[in-house]
Each structure stands twice: as structure tokens, then as C-alpha cells.
Ligand binder design. Structure first.
Ligand SMILES: Nc1nc2c(c(=O)[nH]1)N[C@H]1C(S)=C(S)[C@@H](COP(=O)(O)O)O[C@H]1N2
Ligand SMILES: [Mo]
Length: 324
């Protein structure tokens, strides 16, 4: 069950840090016995048009809590922002936080094209501004069997898609990461085909859980986590949650996906979290929450990462062993 709470709070981004938000939240969780208090900055000050694209500010904020998470602890933000997969900044888990340090994500535009009534190149702020920002605490499960629980901040992708008005031919949504080897030095080596691409079926893209994400822990996305805008698809393995998106295309055919192209046998298009279907080289039955130290016990992985109630209906007539 989803509980939606909305409220407006006017704090300037400079007045909050991820750490204080995190600590306040833990304090609140302890006292109220639940997850869900938080706010992302909302200050739309009369920014001159010429400067609008180098800042990101929003007038509204909201909190969206998944009560299914119960009292599961949030992952330490230190861990969630320093143990990353982001090959554009290196293949090691501790590479992105170092190599993305000088990446300047703003200004940022997103190209919208394909089977859609409102194509164009949108400034990120213009794409987001008409919508309500929400904070959502989601489990996030990498295909490599580590996981985390993160308060993301963003807009349900479906709301933006509705505004862009896809045509009746649009069956899929494709996403593309920035390709700029000078700014993303990992792209100087062809470890995977560049740019990183991903895709969702239209109903998956429209599902209320799918979040076009701009922040985490009450602040903007750190570069290593996919600044300034990424996808978070919590019932799928982490690689579907593509970072630093510069293009969203509406297509009739199933679009290519980076890991599926690179290794079809190991990574399918759907990639729903499924403890019953092992990766060819390891079990998917259990996972390790990051941030808990070396001896953290592995916990059972949940089907659809625990979001079965919200998403299983989309796959009811599909053999999930075949469509992995
Ligand atoms: N562009 C791009 N997006 C990406 C990746 C990447 O290498 N490049 N890695 C993916 C993988 S495998 C995971 S698990 C998540 C990791 O997100 P995090 O660093 O915020 O935990 O990002 C996904 N999105
Ligand atoms: Mo991953």
C-alpha cells in the first residue's frame, strides 16, 4: 500500500545537508516508529532567465512513504554515495566518487524524441518544474547481490510522460546517458558500448513506482549517483536505473539496453529482481545491505524486490524464467 503525503516546505538548498536531513529523519523514525519525514528544498526565487539553466530549484515538495518498508533502516548516506556503479567514471566501486568529483552537471538538457506529440530539447528545470517533487524510500538491489534503502527525491516518470503525450505507436521508452569522454573519463576506454542505454516497456515506465530522480537524502544527486537526473526503478536490478540521462525516446520496438547488448545470456531486457532465477554465475536468493560493515549477514531477496503487490500484474502472463 502506498501512502502519499504532500506538504510544502521552503528551505534554501544551502541550508540543508544530506547529513542533517538523515539525522533528523533517524530521530523522527525513532520517536514516531515510522519512515517518512523529509523535505527537499523548495525555493523558486526570481531567477533571471539567463541563469535559470545553471540552477535547479523547485516550488513544491512532498513525501511519499512505502509502509511496506516498515522500520527497515535507511542505508548510511556515506555508503550509498561512495560505493557506486557508474562505469562512465571507472569500473571500481570506489572510482566514481573520486573521478566524478569535478563533473559539472548543470546546465543540463534532455532531448525528447520519437513517437511523441511534444518532442524537443528541454532544459531539465523546465521538464521538472510543473510537477510535484516527492521523496520516496525505496529498496534498491544491484544484480551483484548488494542492496541499500535510500530516500530518493523525484517525480514519477509517468506524470512527465503524460505531459509529453506519447503517440499510440509508443510501446517502449528508451533512455540514454551523456556521452562526453572529456567530462566522463571512463568513456575513454570501451569497457562497455557508449553511451549507456536503457529501456522500459510503456506500462513499466508509467508505473507509479518508477521515479525520475533528482535527489537523495534530501539533497540533489551527488555526481557519482547520477547527477543531475537518473531513473530509479525499484523492482528491477540496479543497472536498469540509468544515470545522467540526456535523451528519452518513445519507440515502437523494444530498445537496446547496455547490459543486454554486452551479455545477452546473463542480462535480459526485463531484469526484474527475482530470487528464484539465479544469475548464470551466482545465486540471487540473498543480498548484502551495504554500509553495515564486513560481517553483515545476508538477507533473503524478495520477489520484485518486495514490490510484488504493485508490479506483478504487469507480468502475469509472462514466464519470468524466459523473460529474465
Ligand atoms: N549511465 C550509467 N548508469 C548506471 C550505471 C552505469 O555504469 N552507467 N550502473 C548501474 C548499476 S549496475 C547500478 S547497481 C546503479 C548504481 O547506482 P548507485 O551508484 O546510485 O548505487 O546504477 C546503474 N546506472
Ligand atoms: Mo548493478
Amino acid at each position: 500500500m502506498l501512502i502519499r503525503k504532500t506538504f510544502g516546505l521552503d528551505i534554501k538548498p544551502s541550508e540543508i545537508t544530506p547529513r542533517t536531513i538523515f539525522d533528523n529523519r533517524r530521530e523522527f523514525m525513532r520517536s514516531a516508529g515510522m519512515l517518512g519525514l523529509g523535505a527537499i528544498a523548495g525555493s523558486v526565487v526570481g531567477t533571471p532567465a539567463a541563469e535559470a539553466s545553471s540552477s535547479l530549484s523547485f516550488s513544491k515538495s512532498a513525501v511519499h512513504t512505502l509502509d511496506a518498508l516498515g522500520e527497515e533502516a535507511l542505508t548510511d548516506p556515506e555508503a550509498a554515495t561512495s560505493y557506486n556503479n557508474f562505469y562512465e567514471f571507472g569500473t571500481g566501486k570506489d572510482d566514481p566518487v573520486v573521478n566524478a568529483r569535478n563533473f559539472e552537471p548543470l546546465p543540463w538538457t534532455v532531448a525528447i524524441d520519437g513517437e511523441v506529440a511534444n518532442p524537443g530539447t528541454y532544459d531539465l528545470e523546465d521538464l521538472i518544474k510543473p510537477h510535484m517533487l516527492e521523496e520516496r524510500v525505496y529498496r534498491f538491489r544491484c544484480v551483484e547481490a548488494w542492496s541499500m534503502v535510500v530516500p530518493w527525491v523525484g517525480v514519477p516518470l509517468g506524470e512527465i510522460i503524460k505531459r509529453l503525450e506519447p503517440t499510440s505507436n509508443a510501446k517502449y521508452v528508451a533512455f540514454e546517458t551523456l556521452f562526453d569522454p572529456e567530462r566522463m573519463p571512463g568513456q575513454k576506454r570501451r569497457v562497455i558500448p557508449w553511451p549507456y542505454v536503457e529501456g522500459l516497456r510503456m506500462d513499466e515506465a508509467m508505473n507509479d513506482l518508477t521515479l525520475l530522480t533528482l535527489g537523495m537524502y534530501g539533497d540533489r544527486l551527488p555526481n557519482q549517483n547520477g547527477a543531475p537526473v537518473r531513473l530509479v526503478v525499484p523492482w528491477k536490478y540496479g543497472f536498469k536505473s540509468i544515470k545522467s540521462i540526456v535523451r528519452i525516446s518513445f519507440t515502437e520496438e523494444q530498445p537496446p539496453c547496455t547490459w543486454n547488448i554486452s551479455n545477452k545470456r546473463e542480462y535480459g531486457f526485463y531484469s526484474n529482481v527475482n530470487p528464484e532465477v539465479d544469475h548464470p554465475r551466482w545465486s540471487q536468493a540473498r543480498e548484502r545491505r551495504i554500509g553495515g560493515g564486513l560481517f553483515t549477514e545476508r538477507i533473503p531477496t524478495l520477489k520484485f524486490n518486495g514490490y510484488e503487490e504493485q508490479v506483478a500484474g504487469m507480468y502475469s502472463d509472462m514466464d519470468l524464467k524466459k523473460y529474465y
